[in-house]
Design a protein around this ligand. Structure first.
Ligand code: HXC
Length: 516
């Protein structure tokens, strides 16, 4: 009998190798993964991609270091597939194999798909479930992380980068996600931190659980590290698909147009009364957004972090837009450090990927207070100015009620290169609130007035009569028009149409120096 294998036998050998590789760390560990309510790396990929579209790359790459010598495959599944017919690249850590730890080979697999994503102009999605750098591999795994960080930075602004955290993401496993555009965390399993509870106890004496320290809710609400905290892995991956549907594949493309028939000229009667006439009465600014966007479909980003500022994606006549809006329900819509950081990063993302920015303004200004000043609101607030002034995508702004002081300038004003600036008739543009303004301007007069309280009230009324309307800025051309609120959708859709071929450039430079 010949030792030479037939083609069928060779094929069987290949299939056996692939079957073993597909089991990652083996059935026992897959069962353990399931018993924790977690899916495997491959099951997650199947849910993320269009059915049957996954093409795996490097399945037969094996550990070459000091751990996992017998393993048929490495601790990450990589490849490409399609989401709603468009290609994406992805990597999904396999926790069943050496805790999804990152070795040199794992790093190389990830770098290969990142490189392909950049060369071909397609988004990259990373699914995290990893114990971080493979301890046994020492500096080889550190090299892997370092090179991934570099590639994250090079890919930033070229292709959308999305991270999905569905397990531990410790150490280096946390920094790569931080360099990507959006982070989804699954509640109950997604956890990110630089050092875990044990190290924290040893160093600072603090007691904290894994979940409190870096669980999805903490990441999305306290630190804002995660943009989305979602219950259930399947639901999380469905939201990743939804986010991708709004985005272009790369920075040279426009976002896909998805028009489902909502009338671009639709008028909304409610918009006339949605904003309470009393300047300090709250309402939910999202109710305005729902009424003007296509089909009421608004994907809010960072919903749990800095809720005084609302940001997210929607479509207008089928075209993707990014919304930035003050939220009068929280802090009277004042802009604080976190709100400024949140909005600035969002505006910059939109600018990277050719997504017009629509701004709704109703704010009492930047938030006063020692905690804000000591926390550096000057630097962080300036990020918002920087992001708007730098952005060259179409910028459409609507002042729906108050627009005060620096916040008037920051929130997409004409002076930061706003393209279409409107106000509702209830709009007010002033340097500061009436109380504060009267105190400053008439301090001496009020100090010596016989009836100081009466005089003060008159002066406040005078100030309100002069500034509680949009006609001074409209008279200067700082606003292009004062519009009927019910026509807002039509006005915005037409402005987007007018600006569709906008071509604006910043002066040539290596890069600017945003106040980080
Ligand atoms: C090698 C690892 C590993 C790692 C986990 N495993 N992390 N192997 N290198 N980094 C292995 C475990 O030994 C175990 O193998 C299996 O994976 C499952 O891990 P468990 O500990 O049993 O699981 P669990 O109890 O769920 O805990 C998961 C965990 C914990 C929280 C991730 O394993 C952990 O704390 N790991 C270390 C995390 C860490 O500190 N990583 C280094 C970060 S520093 P067996 O065979 O026993 O089942 C870093 C440097 C880069 O990343 C920094 C750049 C800035």
């Amino acid at each position: 009998m010949s030792d030479v294998l037939t083609a069928e036998q060779k094929l069987e050998q290949l299939l056996a190798m692939k079957a073993a590789a597909a089991l990652g760390g083996g059935q026992k560990r897959i069962d353990a993964q399931h018993s924790r309510g977690k899916l495997t790396a491959r099951e997650r990929i199947e849910l993320l991609l269009d059915p049957g579209s996954f093409e795996e790359i490097d399945m037969l790459v094996r550990p070459r270091g000091h751990a996992g010598a017998e393993s048929p495959t490495e601790a990450v599944v990589t490849g490409w597939g399609k989401v709603e017919g468009r290609p994406i690249y992805l990597y999904s850590f396999d926790f069943t194999l050496l805790g999804g730890s990152l070795s040199e080979a794992v790093g190389e697999k990830i770098l290969k798909v990142m490189d392909l994503a950049m060369m071909t102009g397609a988004p990259i999605v990373g699914i995290q479930d990893s114990g971080g750098a493979r301890i046994q591999d020492g500096s080889e795994s550190l090299r892997g992380f370092g090179e991934i960080f570099t590639m994250n930075v090079l890919a930033s602004g070229v292709v959308p980068q999305i991270t999905v955290t569905m397990g531990p993401s410790a150490g280096g496993g946390a920094y790569s996600p931080a360099l990507t555009d959006f982070i989804f965390a699954t509640e109950g399993s997604g956890q990110m931190y630089i050092t875990g509870p044990d190290v924290i106890r040893a160093v600072t004496g603090e007691e904290v659980t894994h979940e409190d320290l870096g669980g999805a809710h903490s990441l999305a609400s306290r630190s804002g590290v995660a943009h989305f905290a979602i219950a259930g892995e399947e639901e999380t991956l469905a939201e990743v698909r939804r986010l991708l549907s709004f985005l272009p594949s790369n920075n040279a493309e426009d976002p896909p147009v998805v028009y489902r028939g909502d009338d671009p000229e639709r008028q909304e009667e409610d918009l006339l009364t949605i904003v309470p006439p009393e300047g300090n009465r709250p309402y939910d600014v999202r109710e305005i957004i729902f009424r003007i966007v296509d089909d009421g479909d608004f994907m809010e980003v960072h919903e749990l972090f800095a809720p005084n500022m609302v940001v997210g994606f929607a479509r207008m006549a089928g075209r993707t837009v990014g919304f930035v809006a003050n939220q009068p329900m929280v802090l009277a819509g004042a802009i604080d450090i976190n709100g400024a950081r949140k909005a600035a990063r969002f505006v910059r993302f939109c600018d990277c990927f050719n997504i017009p920015v629509i701004t709704l303004v109703d704010t009492s200004g930047y938030l006063p207070g020692t905690s804000q000043e000591y926390g550096g609101i000057i630097t962080h607030g300036a990020k918002l100015l920087y992001a708007y002034a730098e952005a060259t995508v179409p910028k459409i702004t609507i002042i729906v009620r108050k627009s005060v002081g620096g916040a008037y300038i920051a929130m997409g004003s004409k002076h930061l290169r706003g393209d279409a600036n409107f106000a509702w008739p209830m709009g007010e543009v002033a340097v500061m609130g009436a109380d504060g303004a009267v105190n400053v301007v008439y301090r001496e007069e009020l100090a010596s007035a016989a009836d100081a309280a009466g005089r003060r009230k008159d002066l406040i009324d005078e100030y309100v009569a002069k500034f509680a309307n949009p006609y001074i800025p409209a008279g200067r051309g700082f606003l292009d028009d004062v519009i009927d609120p019910r026509m807002t959708r039509r006005k915005v859709v037409r402005a987007l149409e007018m600006l569709q071929n906008k071509a604006d450039r910043n002066p040539p430079k290596k890069h600017g120096n945003i106040p980080l």
